[in-house]
Design a protein around this ligand. Structure first.
Ligand code: AHM
Ligand code: MG
Length: 337
């Protein structure tokens, strides 16, 4: 039932729902609520240069980073809309140290939402693409109230995951474990239209993406791996380096063009020994998308989605992208190369 516009994300969700036996529609309605939140965030992001909303609030978030107003705005929009949706039991956000409970009197649902409301927000002033990342889990504990274990589920338990990319065009990319679909927002009608059906990441690529400024802080296998990629040899291309510094954008390019993105562990900050990116609302959702597109995601030693989370804001080394390059990295970490 496609419209003259093409397939809208809502139509796509409904067609997926029809394939699920016993589906109640709650998941579709919840995701629609998230999509509406992203449209609202997109509206503010695109006019950010025009209004007073830009700039620091002066406060620091749970990661000790300065919070920008748009981060707060995105966090608030998602919290408010999702809380009143009645499909959510508890949420976790990069911008809140604690689990976000549903307000009193609001019916609780069976889903858990983990999200980074505005990733890459340090790039806002330069008009660089930023994004919202989400991971959806099903509540596992009995009873109405949540348990911490509902939030701390391994990546392979995700019901759905994806991201919104606020770039030269606004996109939504998501998976429910049945392949990966990409939609582009048509601003004239306010609809996300299917633009990238069944996304597959190339088996191998020619691009690596990493903050090479941290070279001196990297562990030996990381240095050897990057050295290998950038040095000419007969049986492989010389890889190009692309690094935006905005995870959603760097990941999205990797997904479409192939290659590898990594934010490895480093010794830069003894308080953050496991790199920078967060397991539950950055690494896990992108790993789910990447694997569903035929790619791979690893810490260097283990599949990211098999890690048992210990706390909400846990950091994890992330090596993600085409199977070939991720497996190559693992060989360096095992000392086989
Ligand atoms: P944020 O969630 O606070 O925006 O930080 C995450 C961002 C990612 O988008 C990006 O991959 C990374 O930080 C860049 O970090 P660095 O500047 O250390 O390279
Ligand atoms: Mg962020």
């Amino acid at each position: 039932m496609s419209s003259p516009l093409g397939v809208t994300v809502t139509q796509h969700l409904l067609s997926q729902q029809e394939k699920q036996k016993g589906a109640t529609g709650a998941f579709t309605r919840m995701l629609n609520e998230l999509i509406l939140s992203a449209k609202i965030i997109n509206r503010e992001v695109t006019k950010a240069g025009l209004v007073e909303i830009l700039g620091f609030t002066g406060e620091r978030n749970v990661q000790g980073e300065r919070v920008r107003k748009l981060d707060e705005f995105a966090h608030d929009v998602i919290c408010r809309r999702m809380a009143q949706s009645r499909y959510i039991c508890v949420m976790g956000s990069e911008e809140d140290a604690d689990p976000i409970e549903m307000p009193d009197g609001v019916e609780k649902g069976e889903y858990v939402l983990l999200f980074d409301p505005l990733d890459g927000s340090s790039n806002i002033d330069a008009n660089v693409s930023i994004g919202t990342i989400f991971s959806i889990l099903r509540k596992q504990s009995g009873g109405v109230d949540y348990q911490m274990s509902d939030l701390l589920q391994p990546g392979y338990s995700q019901v759905a995951a994806g991201y919104f990319l606020y770039g030269s065009s606004t996109m939504m990319v998501y998976t429910t474990g049945n392949g990966v679909s990409g939609f582009t927002l048509d601003p004239s009608v306010g609809e996300f239209l299917l633009s990238h059906p069944n996304i597959k990441i190339p088996e191998r690529g020619k691009i690596f993406s990493v903050n090479a400024g941290y070279w001196d802080y990297w562990h030996e296998p990381t240095k050897q791996y990057i050295d290998f990629l950038r040095k000419p040899s007969e049986d492989k291309p010389v890889y190009s380096l692309r690094y935006i510094g905005s995870l959603v954008s760097d990941f999205h390019r990797t997904l479409l063009y192939g290659g590898v993105f990594l934010y490895p562990a480093d010794t830069k900050d003894p308080k953050k020994p496991h790199g920078k990116l967060r397991l539950l609302y950055e690494a896990n959702p992108l790993s789910f998308v990447c694997e569903q597109a035929g790619g791979a995601s690893s810490t260097g030693n283990r599949r990211v989605m098999e890690l048992e989370p210990e706390h909400l804001h846990q950091r994890v080394p992330l090596i993600i992208g085409s199977k070939h390059e991720v497996e190559l990295a693992e060989k360096f970490y095992r000392g086989e190369m």
